[in-house]
Design a protein around this ligand. Structure first.
Ligand code: PMP
Length: 449
């Protein structure tokens, strides 16, 4: 029994709760418990305060415990806690759809709500396939994703995604007719680049190869994260997304940006598409839209696609798809409150202002033994470590443990440590975060450290 855990009878939950994406047997021996959170800090059950270097899981840009969001949720729960999403709607959700559309690039004006990034991705893929069918091109069903892409854990998302570990256990059941573009990471070409690498735009031309192989008339959509987050902040090469856009347009293929991480300010603009000046046909979002407080996701859809669906008979359902909790009024209320605070406190411009602070502080770690690459874009950065021989991932795990002891909660996957701090961080906090991480890395010199 763990001294910091509340028990139910004689159970502390460790045997009952199966943690996602976690080595559960290892976790149970030494459970790490978060007791509370305020602003940019978590308080662990043993009383330690740690800086939340990844804004939750990229989803809490305003930090934790925001009073305006808490009040909005309370008010909504007292007024309308749930409303059926089928054949009915409610003012909070309607006005929130308008607000999300207002933030999106011109021509992307229609919002379909889901409850997570994974649901948003599967929704976008279905809308794409259905759109072509509506236009009389039912044979356009192929989806093209990208190596190392992460699009959640639905069957559509793992099929389009390129994370091998997430796919291989389920391979026989995944969608047919999915191909992958090459990822854009090549350490030999781009190590220690600040911001967008100059090298790599040509990799988009691989899409022409796939078009030649399958014929454009069979391809529904290309889906990519404008910046690959889960793969470890893989920054789009200058000109790469522009090139993908060009090729998609040329062949009548829809381009979907998975903006689950980049949406709502992470790159210092509302969406990555605005920062990078490339207009996709659909954008998925989740995470920051409600500051992570209540789950919500969705797809923002271009007018041409929406109009195609709306052209059938008026009494007919246009899209046989949706969730019990689509457009949940509680999530919409949390979303409104999140955007209120972002606007009131100028937090998206603040994220843009913090970008060079993070860039300078993180790249100052170059030269620390064990570091083989550092990348940054927007308010996100990653550090790659040289693995200990024969023990992949162990070095990053040891750094994670050391950082936690010294006041940082970082996220590691494989050999990569990723950071995406809250927009409410101060310059000092970002500098301390990077310096503390550097010390943690420098202190982990052997597997036993
Ligand atoms: N797409 C992207 C780009 C993501 O980063 C994530 C989550 N990290 C998802 C989809 C899936 O989101 P969720 O975990 O909310 O299903």
């Amino acid at each position: 029994m763990n001294e910091h855990l509340v028990t139910s009878g004689n159970r502390d939950g460790l045997e009952n709760y199966w943690l996602p994406f976690t080595p559960n047997r290892y976790f149970k021996r030494n459970p790490r418990i978060i007791a509370s959170a305020e602003g940019a800090y978590y308080t662990l059950a043993d009383g330690r305060r740690v800086f939340d270097c990844l804004s939750g899981l990229w989803c809490c840009p305003l930090g934790h415990g925001n009073a305006h969001i808490a009040e909005a949720i309370k008010r909504q729960a007292e007024t309308l806690d749930y409303a059926t999403a089928f054949q009915m709607s409610n003012p909070t959700t309607l006005s929130f759809a308008a607000r999300v559309a207002d933030m999106a690039p011109a021509g992307l004006d229609h919002v379909f709500f889901a409850n997570s990034g994974s649901e948003s991705v599967d929704t976008a893929l279905k809308i794409a396939i259905g759109y072509h069918r509506m236009k009389g091109e039912a044979h356009r069903t192929r989806i093209i994703g990208r190596e190392r892409g992460y699009h959640g854990v639905g069957m559509g998302g793992i099929s389009a995604g390129g994370m091998t570990a997430n796919r291989k256990m389920f391979a026989p059941l995944m969608l047919n007719g999915v191909d992958h573009l090459p990822h854009t990471y090549d350490r030999a070409q781009t190590a220690f680049t600040h911001g967008q690498p100059e090298w790599g735009a040509h990799l988009a031309d691989d899409l022409e190869r796939l078009v030649a192989l399958h014929d454009a008339s069979t391809i529904a959509a290309v889906i990519v994260e404008p910046m690959q987050g889960s793969a470890g902040v893989v920054v789009p090469p200058v000109g790469y997304l522009e090139r993908l856009r060009e090729i998609c347009t040329k062949h009548g293929i829809l381009l979907i940006f998975d903006e689950v991480i980049t949406g709502f300010g992470r790159l210092g603009a509302n969406f990555a598409s605005q920062r990078l000046n490339v207009r996709p046909d659909m954008m998925t979002f989740a995470k920051a839209v409600t500051n992570g407080v209540i789950p919500m996701g969705g797809v923002i859809v271009a007018d041409e696609i929406y109009d195609a669906y709306m052209s059938g008979p008026e009494e007919a359902v246009e899209l046989y798809h949706g969730y019990t909790y689509s457009g949940h009024p509680m999530a919409a209320a949390a979303g409104h409150a999140t955007l209120d605070v972002m606007e009131r406190d100028g937090l998206i411009p603040r994220a843009a202002e913090l970008e060079p602070v993070l860039e300078t502080a993180i790249h100052a770690l170059k030269g620390t033994p064990g570091i083989v690459d550092i990348r940054n874009f927007g308010l996100a950065a990653a550090v790659d470590l040289e693995p200990f021989e024969g023990q992949p991932g162990l070095r990053a795990m040891r750094v994670f443990e050391r950082a936690l002891q010294t006041g940082l909660l970082v996220r590691f996957t494989g050999e990569t440590i990723a950071m995406a701090p809250p927009f409410i961080s101060t310059d000092d906090e970002l500098q301390t975060m990077c310096a503390t991480l550097g010390d943690a890395i420098a202190s982990v010199t052997s597997p036993a450290a």
